[in-house]
Ligand binder design. Structure first.
Ligand code: PHE
Length: 350
């Protein structure tokens, strides 16, 4: 007969001590995997002890099983903690190895910043929010209806040709386009919500222009729309003047000159004091002291009809102007194309 099987706490503790040491000693994931097989695996010492449990006297079996299970759980936790440590270390090593050193490409430490047009757009939004307006947006791909028809420019309207439209090859010919101005967002806003409306709508617009010092085929505009009871041309003039002073300071003011837009009646072009010479006359303003910024006017009744707003009850005004042009004016930038270039000599100035 075989010698009686024994298994006491000291034996378990001994095996556990050796196993913990082996797991802790692993310095790579491969080593840890090997140590795991050796200690917790099928051929490991602990499993060897487990096999003995069956040979014990029934009362001793329960105690031995509990001892072994507790030891295994502690070793498993130790293994998992070590695995997490080694994984983190390997990740950090990989990041360090893959790090790109850009310091040689750049002429010194360069802090990133928002594009000047974005900065200008943010400042404009802030100014209008301060005057009680909300900011809204619309899509850059528009339907002919939103961009033209609802704005009182039916097909073949002569004003359409002034917009140098870029059409998309989608759906019916000339039914989808890159919006030529932010005015279609007026249409969307009025379709979405009943008046009163006090909103500005900034965004990118597109025209089939050849780039030169004053034109780029894509640029940014900010549209304004106010619809309420009893809105008059005086409200429009006052709003534009208040905005101009809030944005540019007290030395710059605005003036309106008669103009034409199909979606406003009456319409005006608005000019501001030339910010370069503050009205004295310089090359930028061709000696006039004024620079044209955009268009505005009272919302045409046909536009109200198109979006289901009753022109007998409501009146409103709208304006729109170029954000890039404004930035160009404010910072005296001779050529607009630099706004879209990646020339660090320009970018790092803002
Ligand atoms: N949408 C016009 C343009 O791009 C500007 C404008 C907006 C004029 C609102 C009047 C009212 O030229």
């Amino acid at each position: 007969m075989n010698a009686p099987v024994t298994l006491d706490a000291a034996m378990v503790a001994d095996v556990e001590r050796r196993a913990s040491a082996a797991l802790a000693a692993a310095t790579t994931t491969d080593e840890l995997r090997a140590a795991e097989a050796e200690t917790l695996g099928k051929r490991g010492e602990l499993t060897g002890l487990n096999a003995r449990v069956g040979g014990l006297d029934p009362p001793a079996r329960k105690d031995a099983g509990a001892l072994l299970n507790a030891a295994r759980a502690r070793l498993r936790a130790l293994h998992d903690a070590r695995a997490a440590e080694l994984d983190a270390a390997a990740g950090a090593e990989r990041v360090a190895a893959e790090r790109l050193d850009l310091s040689e490409v750049l002429p010194g430490p360069v802090r990133g910043s928002l594009n000047l047009v974005t900065q200008t757009r943010d400042a404009l939004e802030d100014t209008f929010i301060g005057m009680g307006f909300v900011v809204a947006e619309g899509p850059e791909v528009e339907s002919d209806w939103h961009n033209f028809e609802a704005l009182n420019m039916p097909p073949a309207h002569p004003a359409r040709s002034g917009f140098d439209t870029l059409y998309l090859d989608w759906g019916e010919p000339e039914s989808a386009l890159l919006r030529t101005h932010t005015s279609p967002v007026q249409v969307r806003l009025m379709l979405e919500q009943p008046p009163p409306i006090y909103a500005v709508m900034p965004g990118r617009v597109y025209r089939k222009d050849t780039p030169d010092a004053r034109h780029t085929p894509s640029f940014s505009q900010i549209e304004g729309l106010v619809v309420d009871h009893g809105i008059t041309f005086g409200d429009l003039a006052g709003t534009i003047d208040t905005f101009t002073r809030a944005y540019f300071g007290p030395n710059i003011s605005a003036r309106l000159r008669p103009g034409y837009f199909p979606f406003t009646e009456p319409s005006a072009e608005f000019e501001i004091t030339c910010t370069i010479c503050e009205g004295l006359g310089c090359r930028t303003c061709s000696g006039t002291g004024w620079v044209e910024l955009g268009g505005c006017g009272m919302v045409h009744p046909n536009v109200f009809e198109a979006v289901g707003v009753d022109p007998e009850e409501w009146t409103g005004f709208a304006f729109g102007f170029g954000i890039d042009r404004l930035a160009q004016m404010r910072f005296a930038i001779p050529d607009m194309r630099v706004l879209a270039d990646n020339d660090l000599r320009f970018i790092t100035q803002f």
